[in-house]
Design a protein around this ligand. Structure first.
Ligand code: HEM
Length: 410
């Protein structure tokens, strides 16, 4: 029998299935991709993130048509051409600015949901690692984008952050200059960050999103009770029409319709911010053009980097850098620091619950302090919370080993 049906209608279902395995793809990625029923709206945050990334890409493409990557023209191309001359240029800019800020809020909610429910364990370690790689890539994307309007904060935050590559008292100044392409941020610096922002990092992000989705497919997403059940059995029940008895639903169209509902609510809030409250995403200091001879009184990063910045700041340069590295690495390797096999929501794990909420409080405190000038009591509090954050890793090891031993004893 011929392998291909000569009579199949071109671009019809059968025709495409014979050429690209359309039916298999639909089954694997949609109709037989089983999602547990016992999950809440927090499980829609991943799709909300993907959609926000789409909005950032689209608005970025429009901005790219008028932006000028030149240290003499960049500021005016954004603040004058795009904001006042281009039809709806202001709208694309506000969508892009609000999107860049809100995407981090959703990333943090998504990460903390994962921590709360222990979703980085039991076969889901690679989901977490690819997620953390996405976090790093989004951070690099946000930082490089922040350089582009070439305002005072772009310039000086760029100066401070690239100075970190002098590696404390190692003073690797050759490295800093290599990154900047000059002694101080200038034209070479701006054009390379432009390239990173519009090409290289978005490509990496797209690759990482595909990887993140790939790592999700086999372990399936976690559920509110951390229950591990037989997916095949549950899927068979569903397919046999016992929808109520089954613990799963298919990703598409059933779960996807719930995702789309949450996205709808999210985008109402999103566009409310775009039209009525966009100022929170725009630093007033950045409405002054970059000036290498006029240092702003107080240099700080955007809100989503403040907790990291505050871990670095209260120490001297060397210890600050080490503390910063340790904090990032601890978050990255969380699935291996957590020694407990228990997958359950935090409110069912006494000590872990206290640890989780302490982590939330510490990160909010660090974020608030990062925006304040490093003086007097703020400096002392900054040091206290930075040390507290660093203690959270060892504390988690201790709590989870204790939990593991209790399980063995039970
Ligand atoms: C920024 C781009 C990201 C996108 C587009 C994305 C997308 C998704 C999607 C669609 C899911 C499945 C549904 C859900 O649980 O929401 C998911 C799950 C997950 N993501 Fe992400 N994610 C991103 C970033 C991150 C980050 C930064 C982390 C943490 C380091 C992370 C960790 C996880 C974990 C642990 C799960 C599994 C949740 C579970 O099993 O219940 N993701 N992600």
């Amino acid at each position: 029998m011929a392998h291909f049906d000569e009579n199949a209608k071109p671009f019809g279902n059968k025709w495409l299935d014979e050429r690209i395995g359309l039916n298999t793809l639909t089954r694997v990625l949609q109709t037989e991709y089983w999602i547990p029923k016992d999950i809440n709206f927090l499980w829609a945050m991943g799709m909300v993130l993907a959609a926000t990334f789409g909005v950032l890409l689209l608005s970025g493409i429009f901005l790219l048509m008028y932006y000028k990557p030149d240290a003499n023209l960049a500021f005016d191309s954004v603040n004058y051409t795009i904001m006042t001359e281009v039809g709806y240029g202001w709208l694309w800019r506000h969508v892009h600015g609000v999107g860049a800020s809100i995407v981090f809020l959703i990333i943090y909610i998504h990460m903390f949901t994962g921590i709360y429910y222990g979703s980085y364990k039991r076969g889901r370690e690679l989901i977490w690692l690819s997620g953390m790689a996405l976090f790093v890539a989004f951070s690099a994307e946000a930082f490089s984008g922040y350089m582009l309007p070439w305002g005072q904060m772009s310039y000086w935050a760029g100066m401070v952050i690239t100075n970190l590559f002098s590696l404390g008292s190692i003073e690797a100044y050759g490295l800093v200059e290599w990154i900047r392409g000059d002694y101080v941020p200038g034209d070479a610096y701006l054009t390379r960050f432009f390239m990173l922002h519009v090409l290289l990092i978005p490509l990496v992000i797209i690759g990482l999103i595909v990887l993140h989705f790939g790592t999700l497919r086999l372990p399936h997403v976690n559920n509110q009770e951390g229950e591990d059940f037989d997916y095949k059995e549950a899927a068979d029940l569903y397919k046999a029409g016992k929808v109520k008895e089954s613990k799963v639903i298919p990703f598409s169209p059933v779960f996807l319709s719930k995702d789309i509902f949450v996205m709808g609510v999210y985008f109402i809030l999103f566009f409310y911010l775009v039209f009525y409250n966009f100022e929170f995403a725009m630093d007033p200091v950045n409405f002054d053009p970059a000036d290498g001879l006029k240092t702003p009184a107080h240099i700080y990063p955007e809100w989503y980097f403040l907790w990291s910045y505050e871990i670095l700041r209260p120490f001297n340069k060397d210890i600050g850098l080490i503390a910063f590295g340790v904090a990032q690495a601890a978050l990255f390797f969380l699935p291996f620091i957590d020694r407990s096999p228990v997958v359950a929501p935090a409110h069912k794990r006494k000590l872990f619950n206290i640890w989780f909420w302490a982590l939330v409080v510490i990160m909010i405190a660090l974020t608030a302090l990062g925006k304040l000038p490093p003086e007097g009591i703020y400096n002392d509090l900054g040091l206290f919370f930075a040390v507290a954050f660093l203690c959270m890793g060892p504390l988690l090891v201790w709590i989870t080993i204790k939990e593991k031993n209790e399980m063995k004893g039970a």
